[in-house]
Design a binder for this molecule. Structure first.
Ligand code: AMP
Length: 172
């Protein structure tokens, strides 16, 4: 199964900048049967009982919403600053040069809710860690952080060591 799915992930060298091998999931999204296969495989990795699925802008919204629907959970978007219309919690995180931040609506999560975080790619883990902190600021419990694929050589899991992490595909 994983071999089939992997064929639909395109490697784009030097995007968005030199030295980055971008994992492009759009070929996978364009094939309905591969989308379904991928969703089914992701569902095998995640807990059944979650109250909310948090998707990280923007590609985390795609399988994030599908997972939420199948888990009978609500979907919550985490977005770049200034995109969400209502009051937000903000979390900053370090980049190679400088900092960035992400936001979530203050009423997105009810304290005590079980939350699954989803994004397409685990790279350094900085974004996912910031997402976990946002969920915790709102009083949620992060039950898992899930990815479609993991760039294992960047050691993002070390940054996320306090959380259960799962990914469908692993690149060494
Ligand atoms: P991270 O370094 O784990 O904080 O990743 C930052 C964001 O960029 C995440 O939303 C990842 O999904 C995305 N990302 C990082 N590296 C790649 C890559 N090589 N291909 C596709 N997306 C990436």
């Amino acid at each position: 199964m994983k071999d089939i799915i992997e064929k639909y992930i395109r490697n784009v060298p030097d995007f968005p900048k030199p030295g980055i091998m971008f994992k492009d999931i759009t070929p996978l999204l364009a094939e309905p049967r591969i989308m379904q296969l991928t969703l089914n495989e992701l569902l095998r990795l995640v807990p059944r009982k979650v109250d909310k699925v948090v998707g990280i802008e923007a590609r985390g919204f795609i399988f994030g919403t599908l997972l939420a629907e199948h888990l009978n959970a609500g979907f919550i978007p985490i977005r770049k600053p200034g995109k969400l219309p209502f009051e937000t919690h903000t979390q900053s995180y370090a980049l190679e040069y400088g900092t960035d931040s992400i936001e979530m609506h203050i009423d997105a999560i009810v304290p005590g809710e079980k939350v699954l975080i989803h994004d397409d790619v685990l790279a350094t883990g900085g974004t996912a860690l910031a997402a976990a902190k946002l969920v915790e600021k709102a009083g949620g419990e992060v039950v898992m952080i899930n990815f479609l694929l993991e760039l294992a050589f960047l050691k993002g899991r070390e940054k996320l060591k306090n959380y259960p992490v799962s990914s469908l595909l692993r690149y060494e």
